[in-house]
Design a protein around this ligand. Structure first.
Ligand code: TYD
Length: 135
């Protein structure tokens, strides 16, 4: 499993930096939803799910956190710590976020509206889906 990162152009004009993200251009889908996670404790762990259809791109616009990526066969741990770099979370990747810095603000761009039916929240269900697809 090779995760996909997207590096965004940073406009530095001497008075700080600006990053622009355009749906269908900078990232490969139209943005249907934006949400962000903040106020996490260093011991917080979030996620613990996979999505059936949803694709997301997550950008640590402040601070840093770890992202565990699990495709049902391989688990890898990634550090999100660059404000101009997004990590693509494709469908059917079990993911968990941890080791949040106190200033972490994790922005997430999604290609669809919120739909609880798209979530797989039990790890055993996730593995069953992966196994049924590979047969
Ligand atoms: P959840 O996706 O479980 O968060 P995490 O994976 O970071 O632990 O969502 C937490 C709560 O927020 C849950 O009650 C659903 C709600 N929620 C929305 O209402 N809209 C959204 O777009 C998202 C992502 C979550």
């Amino acid at each position: 499993m090779t995760p996909t990162w997207i590096d965004f152009k940073t406009h530095n004009d001497g008075d700080g930096s600006l990053v622009a993200i355009e749906g269908g251009k900078t990232i490969p889908f139209d943005i249907r939803r934006v949400y962000y996670i903040y106020g996490t404790e260093p011991a917080s762990v979030r996620g613990f799910h996979a999505h059936r259809q949803l694709t997301q791109i997550t950008v640590p616009v402040s601070g840093a956190c770890d992202m565990l990526f699990d495709d049902g066969k391989t688990k890898i741990s990634l550090r999100l710590n660059r404000r101009n770099r997004g990590l693509v979370i494709p469908p059917m990747i079990w993911h968990e976020m941890s080791n949040f810095s106190p200033d972490c603000v994790l922005m997430v761009l999604a290609d669809a509206a919120y739909d609880e039916a798209d979530y797989i929240r039990q790890y055993a269900d996730f593995l069953r889906h992966i196994q049924s697809k590979s047969q």
